[in-house]
Design a protein around this ligand. Structure first.
Ligand SMILES: C[S@@+](CC[C@H](N)C(=O)[O-])C[C@H]1O[C@@H](n2cnc3c(N)ncnc32)[C@H](O)[C@@H]1O
Length: 301
């Protein structure tokens, strides 16, 4: 697996990535602005001995510098005032930026980190359809929706590969695809050895099917954000490249803020679509996050 990194990161950066993967991840919370103002929550938690630091990317995200006890054991957590979520995972929804009246679909929603953030940005208005294939993951999704006080959503248990058969057309779609989780080694060290090239191959087939179905479910000018917690080109740029070469009416949108590194438009000896450089990659050694990828795809009028 690591040999593949040399081909797009080079030797020195691969070393830095492996070192950064050994460092613990900084904990973050996302304030649920449907229920509380960020500064009021900050004071309440600091009165209990927590220490919070504002984040330069998102006004409703705080890094937790000190926790006298678990972040899941406060009254404020139980009241749904915040969600414990890593920073890179907050960016897709902030970039997709759904509006209050939109019809929005989250194709792979459980356990609901990004689904509940979508509802938050929509100010709990419009319509939010949350799809999840695995029935065992639905209770956690529903619990999070309830805890955060969200009412604009419905949860559907089906295979999102079939989404386009229902002829629903959305303004915005989030596809946070099932992936190897290659980027999550800082959170879960067992992933260092638990994923193989075969997993990459199998998952990339599902990712392409999901992406195609999602793109065919967009309104004209609608946008789909594709994300994975993986830095593997096989699950990211190569997936987007293949699907967009097949479906013609789409382009990759430029993200106004450069949070991460540019996406790859050539890798493993292959020349890919040039606009893939508008997608963004996040690396433990460069952005100090989990490994993450995101790409905004726009349907043309
Ligand atoms: C990366 S996780 C999503 C995490 C979620 N977006 C969040 O932020 O909390 C991928 C999810 O997709 C679900 N899934 C996998 N294949 C699916 C499919 N074909 N249709 C719908 N959901 C699927 C998995 O069960 C898993 O819950």
């Amino acid at each position: 697996m690591v040999q593949r990194y040399f081909q797009f990161l080079g030797l020195e950066q691969t070393k830095q990535l492996l070192i950064a993967n050994e460092k613990p991840l900084k904990p973050y919370i996302r304030v649920n602005t449907l229920k509380i103002e960020p500064n009021i929550l900050k004071s309440r938690l600091e009165n209990k001995g927590f220490k919070l630091k504002a984040n330069k990317w998102l006004s409703y995200a705080f890094e937790i510098l000190k926790s006298p006890y678990s972040l899941g054991a406060t009254h404020e957590f139980l009241l749904g005032y915040y969600y414990v979520q890593n920073l890179a995972s907050m960016l897709p929804v902030s970039i997709l930026n759904p509006q209050k009246g939109d019809l929005v679909i989250d194709m792979c929603a459980a356990p609901g980190s990004k689904a509940t953030q979508l509802a938050q940005i929509m100010e709990d208005q419009g319509n939010l359809i949350l799809i999840e294939k695995n029935p065992k993951r639905i209770p956690a999704l529903i619990m999070n929706i309830r805890r955060l006080g969200i009412t604009n959503s419905i949860v559907l248990n089906f295979d999102a590969i079939k989404l386009n058969q229902y002829n629903i057309k959305a303004d915005k779609i989030l596809l946070d695809a099932p992936c190897t989780g290659e980027g999550l080694i800082r959170e879960d060290p067992t992933r260092r050895k638990s994923r193989s090239i075969n997993d990459l191959k199998k998952l990339s087939i599902i990712q392409k099917q999901l992406l195609k179905s999602g793109l065919l479910s967009l309104k004209p000018s609608g946008q789909l954000l594709y994300s994975t917690c993986s830095i593997a080109p096989e699950e990211n740029e190569l997936v987007v490249n293949e699907v967009l070469n097949e479906l013609k009416d789409f382009s990759i949108a430029k993200i106004s803020k450069g949070y991460g590194a540019n996406g790859l438009n050539k890798v493993f000896g292959l020349k890919l679509r040039d606009d893939l450089r508008f997608s963004q990659r996040f690396y433990p050694h460069l952005q100090d996050t989990i490994g993450f990828y995101l790409c905004v795809i726009q349907k043309l009028d």
